[in-house]
Design a protein. Structure first.
Length: 323
């Protein structure tokens, strides 16, 4: 990805046709009309994500969008101000900032009407990517489309977590030197966002994801441990690890709890911290550079985790090498 593509892209216009072109280019084709005669104050900020498209959007006017079936993607809007009226496949609803969000599925036309004060996080999830992620979580492919509910509650624990993760991911991608410069960490956060989409929004696999999974056998857990030990830079999520050893994510999580006493990602964090310590002890670069290379992109949290594991700060390790 080029340096320019690693930066937040900001679009501003009062021209509805230009706004429509930008949204069609970034998300999906559609028609648009302004209902109240108000001059458009279109604002779209696109974060430099990798596999998904993530932005913050507002029109500043009463605008209605009509779109054909998207086919290749799912689309989730998370209001942070104002409200929208939405409809798709004979279903309709209203989303309100702090209370509800909307999810559009790929196979039916859609309509969305923005209030003038509406501002939303907008997330485009490629269909093959989200359905493959669901398959990793389940340990088997879904039988059909995920059929996400049109509207969903964002006041519940999962709903709040989804909004918080989208906001955090957007802010980190937009921040100079943030997640956009750390490919492995970015992939991990995108996977976490997809998991929360499938957890917070009722869908065709909700009951299967909610069911209790039988723990993976010790041989599969051992295989997963060996993979984390030998290739800690190759695994970005529990779902990817589960797919690599041929079982479902929930079964692997249960197996790790039984055999190791922690989650797979907690174990992986320990392995990566060991790698950081080894490189710091060898004088392999700055703390920030090495930590980022191993997926630790929050300096304060990294320092605390490092101190908990080794009883000293990263800077102490560097100082010992220098003396």
């Amino acid at each position: 990805m080029t340096e320019a593509a690693e930066q937040l892209q900001r679009f501003r216009t009062g021209d509805l046709d230009v706004a429509r072109e930008r949204i069609s280019e970034a998300f999906a084709d559609h028609s648009a009309r302004v209902a109240d005669g108000r001059r458009l104050d279109f604002r779209l900020d696109l974060a430099p994500a990798h596999r998904i498209t993530l932005g913050r959007l507002g029109y500043g006017a009463d605008v209605t969008l009509d779109g054909p079936p998207m086919r290749a993607c799912y689309h989730v809007n998370l209001p942070v101000a104002g409200c929208t009226e939405v409809s798709q496949a004979g279903r309709s609803g209203t989303t309100v900032a702090g209370r509800s969000g909307v999810a559009f599925s790929p196979d039916a036309p859609l309509r969305i009407r923005f209030s003038p004060d509406a501002t939303q996080y907008v997330v485009k999830l490629p269909r093959d990517l989200l359905e493959a992620h669901a398959a990793k979580l389940l340990g088997r492919p879904p039988r059909a489309s995920l059929d996400l509910a049109l509207t969903f509650d964002t006041t519940t624990g999962p709903g709040q977590a989804l909004v918080a993760t989208a906001g955090f991911l957007y802010a980190e991608l937009a921040r100079p030197g943030g997640l956009a410069t750390m490919p492995s960490a970015r992939v991990e956060m995108e996977a976490a966002l997809m998991t929360q989409v499938l957890t917070a929004i009722p869908n065709a696999v909700t009951s299967a994801l909610a069911g209790r999974a039988a723990p993976a056998g010790r041989s599969r857990v051992r295989e997963a441990i060996d993979l984390l030990d030998s290739r800690p830079d190759a695994i970005s999520s529990t779902a990817d690890l589960a797919a690599a050893v041929g079982i479902g994510e929930r079964a692997l999580q249960a197996g790790f709890r039984d055999v190791v006493g922690c989650s797979p990602m907690t174990y992986l964090r320990g392995v990566r911290l060991d790698q950081v310590r080894a490189e710091l002890s060898a004088g392999g670069g700055s703390v920030t550079e090495i930590a980022g290379r191993w997926g630790f992109f929050h300096p304060g949290r990294f320092a605390a985790q490092y101190r908990d594991r080794f009883g000293e700060r990263p800077s102490d390790t560097v100082r010992h090498v220098a003396t």
